[in-house]
Write a protein that binds this ligand. Structure first.
Ligand SMILES: Nc1ncnc2c1ncn2[C@@H]1O[C@H](COP(=O)(O)OP(=O)(O)OP(=O)(O)O)[C@@H](O)[C@H]1O
Ligand SMILES: [Mg+2]
Length: 455
């Protein structure tokens, strides 16, 4: 619970923010910047949310005073109108966010949590260093992805069943592999089975194996995946597609740890960790009677959700560059992606998530006649979305404006950080911190930095 001061001359605006936040935080309101300064002297807070347009002293002046005198207070500015100048100035003064009305309670909550989170001291390198090669091949430095990586590390020290949820192509299998690599079972087998790819009886013999003579064609004993992966991890993909009888058999296995091959008289114990994955809302499947509730609880001991790519757009450039290097080879050397192509990709919704992006880049590399992938090399639906977005008058979020402005400035001075900080009128420490937040590694100019200016 944090202490928050809302500065707005309109009572309804103060009430709106109070309503959005009071279930989690202690919120006070005042109607002018002068009153805010007075209150803060007596009663310091963690966060100030101030409107830019206040009578007499403006929100921007309040921010200026606070960043000079009380730099540990986080500030979020609100405004009725979107103005790039205001947003850039707010960024230079270290504001945490710039929210344009009409506000939406969930956006306010998100901005507040992020602002409060950013006040916390930076974790030491040791805390953030991933263990070994657990996250190899998993690209993404957005907040949702770093949270996911933290969760994987926590999950890996346990041996419980994990339920991975997320839309198609978000990387469920990739994350399942990472959980295995991070666990004590990493030296043992990891097997992935797609429940939807088999008929009911085939799935049973695939998982549990069969005995010679169990059915026509069973000419020898065959071990099932559960036995084969003994000691390791099994990822059961598309778990929601399992027919009811298989759900019952899986539940029995999870409760007893015993595997009985089809047609066999005896069973044996196997020790494995099960990870179930689904792109369906399994709770809803339970409600609608398609999935056993008892099995659901057994599987969802630790639920792990992988957000859709459109909820972490800041990962698009990194992923795109990653796939460019994956698909460009000696016969097709691609150096990067044109800024307008990157811009389109960043505003596209990616219903097929990372897999769709992967396919788009593979296609782009194949079609590309130059050394940079251009707008023309992208599938039409992605191109169109880019065009739509550039026509709209939508104001970018402060983060986007800020990032673009900083990276453009860095480009201008050839990535000389102190020169850039001077031009931006911020300290080199602030610049360094911002770059770190954007995922730009310190000391290096990003590969294909050209397109980073269009993040
Ligand atoms: N964070 C990431 N970094 C790099 N590659 C990724 C990432 N996420 C997904 N991919 C790649 O995208 C493709 C789809 O990922 P994956 O098969 O894990 O998705 P999924 O969620 O299991 O999809 P489905 O629901 O269709 O089974 C794979 O080629 C995978 O390597
Ligand atoms: Mg999958």
């Amino acid at each position: 619970m944090a202490n928050i001061l809302v500065v707005d001359d309109e009572r309804t605006n103060r009430a709106f923010i109070d309503n959005a936040l009071r279930h989690r935080h202690d919120v006070k309101g005042v109607e002018s910047a002068e009153l805010a300064l007075f209150t803060l002297r007596e009663d310091p807070v963690d966060l100030v949310i101030a409107d830019v347009h206040l009578p007499s002293m403006s929100g921007m002046s309040l921010l200026r005073r606070l960043s000079r005198e009380q730099s540990d207070v986080a500030v979020i500015l609100t405004s009725d109108a979107s103005s790039v100048d205001d947003a850039v100035e707010a960024m230079q003064l270290d504001a945490r966010d710039f929210l344009v009305r009409p506000l939406d309670p969930s956006k306010v909550q998100k901005a507040v949590e992020e602002a409060l989170e950013a006040r916390k001291p930076e974790p030491s390198e040791e805390d953030t260093e991933p263990v070994g090669r657990v996250f190899d091949g998993i690209v993404g430095r957005s907040r949702p992805m770093s949270n996911l990586k933290k969760l994987i590390q926590q999950v890996s020290s346990t041996d419980t069943t994990v339920l991975l949820t997320g839309e198609t192509g978000t990387g469920k299998e990739l994350i399942g592999q990472a959980i295995h690599r991070a666990s004590m079972r990493s030296e043992e087998q990891f097997c992935a089975v797609n429940s939807a790819a088999f008929t009911e009886s085939l799935l049973e013999s695939e998982l549990f194996g069969y005995q010679r003579g169990a059915f026509t064609g069973a000419t020898a004993n065959k071990k099932g995946i559960f036995e084969y992966a003994d000691g390791g991890t099994v990822l059961l993909d598309e778990a929601a597609e399992m027919p009811p009888s298989m759900q019952a058999k899986l539940l029995r296995f999870l409760q007893s740890g015993e595997v009985r091959p089809v047609g066999a008289q005896t069973s044996r114990f196997v020790d494995l960790r099960l990870i179930a994955a689904t792109n369906k809302d399994l709770e809803r499947e339970v409600e609608e009677g398609r999935f056993r509730e008892d099995l659901y609880y057994r599987l969802a001991v630790i639920p792990v959700h992988i957000p859709a790519l459109r909820e972490r757009r800041e990962d698009v450039p990194d992923l795109a560059h990653h796939f460019v290097s994956v698909f460009s080879g000696p016969q097709k050397q691609i150096e990067g992606i044109d800024p307008d192509a990157m811009e389109s990709m960043c505003s596209y919704d990616w219903p097929g998530n990372v897999r769709e992006l992967e396919n788009a880049i593979e296609r782009g590399v194949a079609l590309c006649k130059r050394s940079w992938i251009g707008l023309d090399d992208l599938p039409p639906r992605i191109r169109q979305q880019g065009a739509l977005c550039s026509e709209s008058e939508n104001i970018d979020s402060l983060n986007v404006v800020e990032r673009r402005h900083i990276l453009k400035t860095l480009e201008k001075v050839n990535w000389n950080r102190s020169q850039a900080a001077q031009l931006l009128q911020i300290s080199t420490t602030t610049l360094w911190r911002r770059l770190k937040e954007f995922g730009v590694e310190s000391g290096t100019r990003p590969r294909a930095g050209r397109s980073l200016t269009h993040l």
